[in-house]
Design a protein around this ligand. Sequence first.
Ligand SMILES: [Zn+2]
Length: 197
Amino acid sequence: MSNFVEFTFRGQPGYSEPTAREVITSSIPVRTIAIYCFDPRAADAAQAVADYFGDEVYPGDLVLDEADRKIGSTATVFPLIVGGGRAADALRSITVSQHLFGIERVVVVHHSFCGATSFTAEGISAAWKHEHHTDISSLYDWDGISIADFEKSLNYDVSLIRNSPGTPKHIEIYGLFYDIGSGELTEVVRDVPAKVA
Ligand SMILES: [Zn+2]
């Protein structure tokens, strides 16, 4: 049975980890990660983020080699789609993005009438106990999952990302509110480190 190793970078002849990293960095110009909810009504958030900053390319085009193999893309924004657009689910991908692409900006987007605004820590824990007979009340930090107030949730997530050792110190972090009705983004939090001379 195949383990599909021929489809891995590690499985290529002459593989070296630093070279593989260079190849990926040079073929993927991504510098911004846009974190937003899996709700289909928020699906245009990555485009809205690209338009908001004005200096971004999304969705861009795929880059093909002479043999028509897909080897890269022109997008500078990568969507990171998670429940509620909450940062707790995004931290690992931020670390990997920095390592492979080198990123400069992380944008957290929380949207109007998100399902995450419909439940409380107590409500979901009680329902889980009743429906699945398991106690999850202390499994997660619920402030990082349910949303009561967008100013609080966006500040919470920007701080969570900023304070993670897996976040590069130089990146700009933004917290934006997305109105699914108008498609408009409103900046709520901006955390831009002072440039080191
Ligand atoms: Zn949502």
